[in-house]
Ligand binder design. Structure first.
Ligand code: SIN
Length: 484
């Protein structure tokens, strides 16, 4: 057992270390790096009780104090970057430099929402009656829950806690059982900066369905925010109907990456590497389908091949490694299945595509396929891995149709120096996030979220806090005029 072996759950402001534990595995070495209590329905119920108990006090805490807590948490996170990044790499696999980047990204949500906490404004509306006034105020929705994924073990949590706390909501976080350590480190930080007990709980366990069911069935949990697959999102939406919970969902994506002949090709290639290879391709916004104009597709493929071949695959803690392992063996199997399916249907393998020399750890090398068509799994399903599939196109109309021909609508990227075309694409591509000459649009101050089956609601930005606020309308009567 390594140094990371003592991680109790955080429930209602107490560290709870029950007897049953499960192993947390390092995907690069397949070794156990920590053991975490296996939370179940009982722990989840305790977390809900604690949140319910303190919700109204927390809602009444002045905005400047909620802002102070978020801002101090961000400072501690940044101070602890090295430690937190290392833990993240150990449990998730991403290279250390990326983990450091994620800690900065995670802290930025606390910083952004610490400011937004002070800007929850109401409204007055002219009334049709001389005797009345119309007032609008915003109030926290109440107890909320976050169900978060393993691919961003810190940032997907802070992107939900930030607006929840800023709005005055308590929150119960159920992180992925694969990456609980970053989540529990965030709880330690909040304890140190003086978050009142009960406002945050972190409950994790190996039966996520059972844990989630407790949250969904409890009428006192007023909102759920989920980042994960579209299939689970649909299930949660059905379950939320029974108690009419508010929901926000950040679900699957199948991002097109479109390159026109007038684009700066070298820039487009650099952004392609970012949009594809960040987190080993295990992001919802990862570029999946590379539509490259037929005039430049060969050159683009050559340049991208050189960049992907040069990437060092290995344990993310090692110097120079830029591609870590995937999260688990099933992820490797899925990626390989997509690659083999494409090859079988006529795609040409340019780079990668086999795991030779990578037996220990859940690695898959950066892989580039050309000659891809719409019948192959890589072009119709989210691969969630380091595979770039090139599909040549000839006209703008054709590529817009193809890019939109998916049930997903999270992120799309396009590269052109023609301003008219840029606007046409921005308007017609059915996606919530558009990277126009930009392969990395995510940032705390911009609205993150999708359309179609990629989700509901927005995270980050001034829009993100609205998901945690209810609008209350006060009709104020009896404003009779004083007779002169
Ligand atoms: C995700 O892939 O789920 C989030 C990516 C991001 O925040 O950029």
């Amino acid at each position: 057992m390594s140094i990371l072996d003592n991680y109790p759950l955080y429930i209602g402001g107490n560290w709870v270390d029950n007897k049953k534990k499960y192993d947390v595995i390092n995907p690069a070495t397949e070794e156990v790096i920590a053991q975490v209590p296996n939370g179940g329905p009982e722990e989840m119920k305790q977390a809900i009780e604690a949140a319910v108990h303190v919700q109204s006090d927390w809602a009444d805490t002045v905005a400047s104090e909620r802002a102070r807590i978020l801002s101090d948490a961000a400072k501690l996170m940044r101070e602890r970057t090295e430690k937190l990044a290392r833990i993240m790499t150990l449990e998730e696999g991403k290279p250390l430099a990326e983990s450091r980047g994620e800690i900065a990204y995670a802290a930025s949500f606390f910083e952004w929402f610490a400011e937004e906490a002070k800007r929850i404004y109401g409204d007055t509306i002219p009334s049709n009656s001389k005797d009345k006034r119309i007032l609008v105020m915003k109030r926290p929705v109440g107890v909320t829950a976050a169900i978060t994924p393993w691919n961003f073990p810190a940032a997907m949590i802070t992107r939900k806690i930030g607006p929840a706390f800023a709005a005055g909501c308590t929150m119960i976080v159920k992180p992925s059982e694969l990456t609980p350590l970053s989540a529990l480190e965030i709880a330690k930080i909040f304890e140190e900066v003086g978050l009142p007990k009960g406002v945050l709980s972190i409950v994790v366990g190996t039966d996520p369905v059972e844990l989630t069911r407790v949250l969904m069935d409890d009428v006192r949990v007023r909102k759920i925010s989920f980042t994960g697959s579209t299939s689970v999102g649909k299930l949660l939406m059905k379950q939320a109907a029974d108690t009419m919970k508010r929901v926000s969902f950040e679900l699957g994506g199948h991002a097109p990456f479109i390159v026109f002949p007038d684009a700066d090709l070298d820039e487009a290639v650099s952004h392609a590497v970012l949009a594809k290879m960040r987190g080993m391709g295990e992001t919802c916004v990862a570029a999946n389908r590379f539509y490259v104009h037929e005039e430049i597709s060969e050159l683009f493929t050559e340049k991208l091949a050189l960049r992907l071949e040069a990437m060092k695959v290995g344990n993310g803690l090692e110097e120079g490694v830029s591609v870590g392992p995937l999260i688990e063996p099933s992820a490797v199997r899925k990626v390989d299945e997509h690659v083999q399916d494409a090859i079988m249907k006529g795609a040409k393998l340019i780079v990668g595509g086999n795991r030779a020399g990578l037996e220990k750890g859940y690695f898959y090398p950066p892989t580039l396929l050309s000659n891809v068509n719409e019948e192959m799994k890589v072009s119709c399903e989210e691969t969630f891995g380091p595979v770039a599939a090139i599909l040549p196109f000839s006209t703008e109309e054709e590529v817009i149709q193809k890019a939109n021909s998916t049930r997903y609508g999270l992120a799309a990227y396009f590269f052109t120096r023609d301003v008219g075309r840029l606007f046409r694409l921005a308007e017609r591509l059915e996606y919530g996030i558009l990277g126009a000459n930009d392969g990395l649009p995510s940032t705390a101050q911009a609205p993150f979220g999708g359309v179609k089956e990629s989700g509901l609601g927005r995270e980050g930005s001034k829009y993100g806090i609205e998901e945690y606020l209810d609008i209350k309308y006060i009709s104020l009567g009896g404003i009779t005029k004083i007779e002169k």
